[in-house]
Design a protein around this ligand. Structure first.
Ligand code: F3S
Length: 399
């Protein structure tokens, strides 16, 4: 693998042990995947931030990198943490957990990493340009960056993302290279899609079929008539969850789609398959809901506005988390949306979400409009999911 003199100096430890360790990780990865060189990255997004996932071993690793002089060489932001840093008590997070989570965030901050704690960094400043090489870790954000923004990233793990942050480099393989961005499967959608649950179900339907169609296929999707930022965000989270997809092209909506002819192998997704996917995401049926959550991936300001309008003058009847990035909530504060939502009894769970917070077993049935949240709330937290449309979550919570 060719290294520039600067990269070799990093590997030789001339910039300290944290940078050296980082370069060792990247060179090893590059060798495994056959990379011929390193690429400079424009930004990094690090996942594995919740103490619930990291544990003491993860925290010790971060402390070691910080003590070894690790400093972010490019703009680097964080995925959600295990708690709302300012409001964890009202979410039922213990002081013991909070203390450990604060140590994790302090370690990241000491390395110059911005503790934004959100899976939608593209909503507030970590917005890569078309064609830019980046090293991101959160699967939904990776899919959004590759597919909707046209940036180039593999799905990094926690250590490789941190290594990219501390060196400003990533090995040139996978979705950084033109040849791996070409579509290989034409997905024809014959259903009409309008809501986040439609797009979440589409992500699951395609994702499930991709599992049998072979790993690392790039779908070329046609038949979609409308797709807003919010719908694409929901779709990216779902297709990444159920199909491990990090890049797709959607004709009419994503920047690289027009550059490619449709692949000859065709897979058709029918309205019946979409309904079947929704049914699978809704095993709770009519069971009583004791937890409501909106904001997977983290909400846009437009979505918070819709929540405020729906909750104005009403009361929610159960625990209800609104998950968003703190900069987006700040805008909601200014617009008065936060006050309306909190007066209705719902709680902002900023910096975190219903999946990465340490709330395993605390609720029985969780209602959400997110296919990804349905999957992980069941797999990680033991909740029975109930997939409802965005408006129906609000309606059910206030009836
Ligand atoms: Fe984000 Fe948590 Fe969903 S990290 S994509 S809100 S599971």
């Amino acid at each position: 693998m060719h290294l520039t003199p600067d990269e070799q100096a990093l590997l030789d430890g001339e910039l300290g042990p944290a940078a050296q360790k980082s370069m060792q990780i990247l060179v090893t990865l590059g060798r495994i995947y056959g990379a011929e060189r390193m690429l400079p990255v424009g930004s990094v997004q690090v996942a594995g931030v919740s103490y619930d996932n990291l544990g003491e071993a993860g925290l010790a690793w971060l402390a070691e990198m910080a003590a070894g002089g690790g400093q972010a060489q490019v703009f680097t932001t964080l995925n959600p943490a295990g708690m709302d840093v300012e409001n964890y008590q009202s979410l039922g997070i213990s002081e013991d957990f909070a203390e450990k989570q604060r140590r994790v965030l302090a370690a990241f901050a000491s390395m110059g990493i911005v503790t934004t704690c959100s899976c939608t960094p593209y909503l507030f400043g970590n917005l890569p340009r078309f064609g830019e090489h980046i090293a991101w870790a959160e699967s939904s954000a990776v899919c959004y960056a590759n597919s909707v923004l046209g940036a180039r990233t593999n799905r990094e793990g926690g250590p490789s993302a941190l290594a990219a942050a501390l060196t400003g480099r990533t090995p040139a393989y996978g979705y950084h290279l033109d040849e791996n961005r070409r579509p290989s499967l034409h997905v024809k959608v014959t259903a009409n899609l309008t809501t986040t649950i439609d797009f979440g179900a589409l992500g699951k339907a395609i994702g499930d079929r991709m599992q049998t169609a072979g790993a690392h296929r790039v779908p070329f999707i046609t038949g979609i008539e409308a797709a807003s930022l919010e719908l694409l965000k929901s779709f990216c989270a779902s297709i990444a969850t159920f199909g491990g997809v990090a890049l797709f092209h959607m004709l009419g909506f994503t920047p690289e789609a027009e550059a490619h002819p449709p692949p000859t192998e065709v897979l058709t997704i029918t309205p019946a398959e979409l309904e079947a996917a929704k049914a699978e995401l809704n095993p709770a049926g009519g069971d009583e809901i004791d937890f409501f959550s909106l904001g997977c991936p983290h909400l846009t300001l437009a979505e918070i506005q819709r929540i405020a309008r729906a909750l104005q003058g009403k009361q929610v009847r159960k625990e209800f988390w609104i998950t968003a990035a703190r900069p987006v909530k700040s805008m909601a504060d200014r617009m008065g949306y936060t006050a309306i939502i909190e007066a209705a009894g719902a709680k902002f769970a900023t910096d975190t979400c219903c999946v990465v917070a340490p709330i395993k077993g605390r609720f029985r049935v969780m209602a959400t409009d997110s296919a990804k949240a349905c999957y992980y709330a069941a797999a990680k937290n033991g909740f029975v999911p109930r997939l409802l449309s965005f408006e129906d979550v609000l309606e059910e919570a206030t009836r």
